[in-house]
Ligand binder design. Structure first.
Ligand SMILES: [Zn+2]
Length: 285
């Protein structure tokens, strides 16, 4: 769903793992090899998870060597100047929250309202962090380890193990960031549809076959979304800061009352732990 023209931040889709992966790749394309010459941080305290002085000290005069994703975090690997073989000295961690954006632009472009950080790059451009609702977070850390497992690389056996003896609904377990890093509401619903499992089922009640299908289904939807995002990378961090969020053709998410694409049964919506969950009452058991 393109959000063209709409300025209402509240309805922007919250970036999930595929969006963050796409943003990290887009950012890497633009800034890897560049050097941070100076750092400006805004006065609002919320976005800064590390004290401003520490962020400035860690970023200033560092080379950006890579921009991977970890869970729903963008990780900017930094290294000392001058020694190409030097290992990364620190990582600048960006969590976009609900409305956070990273822009790479020329310094002449007017600062957007709600800009919380501006990194002046040696190439003459600026890397800016803008976040109207201030749920995004900036931190500096030596080596970031996400709390949960990475859903795209976890083995089927380790995946199945996460849910053993868990009495919570499988939907809540999928959203638990201590178990899996970066799985959000949309992809949890879509993964469960592919596994033919209802979101309210107790996690521990899933059979080995269902867990296998869920692992596969979840990976498939995430990878498909990343592939779709790959074609719209330039929309993410361009100078205008247009949010070009692509959207996967959802099977269940946001389709309450619409017919299931497999069997025609209207898709149901229930609320589990405060989150909307969508499923097909016929296809999912
Ligand atoms: Zn169905």
């Amino acid at each position: 769903m393109p959000v063209g023209g709409c300025t209402c931040a509240a309805i922007l889709p919250v970036p999930e793992l595929p969006e963050v992966e796409t943003i990290a790749r887009g950012l890497a394309k633009r800034v890897v090899g560049d050097v941070i010459e100076s750092v400006w941080l805004g006065s609002k305290p919320e976005p800064l998870k590390t004290p401003a002085a520490e962020i400035e000290a860690a970023l200033q005069s560092k080379k950006i060597v890579d921009v991977p994703r970890s869970g729903k975090h963008i990780v900017v690997d930094l290294a000392e100047l001058g020694n190409n073989a030097a290992p990364a000295t620190a990582q600048w961690i960006v969590h976009l929250g609900m409305t956070g954006r990273l822009l790479v632009c020329s310094p002449e472009i007017e600062l957007a309202k709600h800009t919380h950080a501006v990194l002046r790059l040696a190439s003459g451009r600026e890397l800016r962090f803008v976040d109207p609702r201030r749920f995004g977070r900036l931190a500096v850390i030596e080596k970031f380890t996400p709390p949960g497992a990475e859903p795209l690389s976890i083995s089927p056996a380790a995946f199945a193990n996460l849910f053993r003896r868990r009495k919570t609904p499988i939907k809540s377990a999928l959203l638990n960031q201590k178990l899996l890093s970066g799985v959000g509401n949309i992809y949890a619903d879509e993964g469960l549809y592919r596994a033919k499992v209802r979101p309210r089922r107790r996690a521990a009640s899933l059979t080995a076959d269902e867990l296998r299908l869920l692992h596969k289904g979840l990976k498939q939807v995430l990878q498909e979304a990343i592939r779709l995002g790959g074609s719209s990378i330039s929309d993410y961090v361009d100078s205008e800061g247009q949010e070009g969020f692509f959207q996967l053709k959802h099977c269940v998410y946001g389709r309450e009352g619409k017919p299931c694409q497999k069997c025609g049964t209207p898709i149901k919506r229930v609320v589990i732990a405060g989150r909307s969950s969508h499923y097909c009452p016929t296809c999912q058991k």
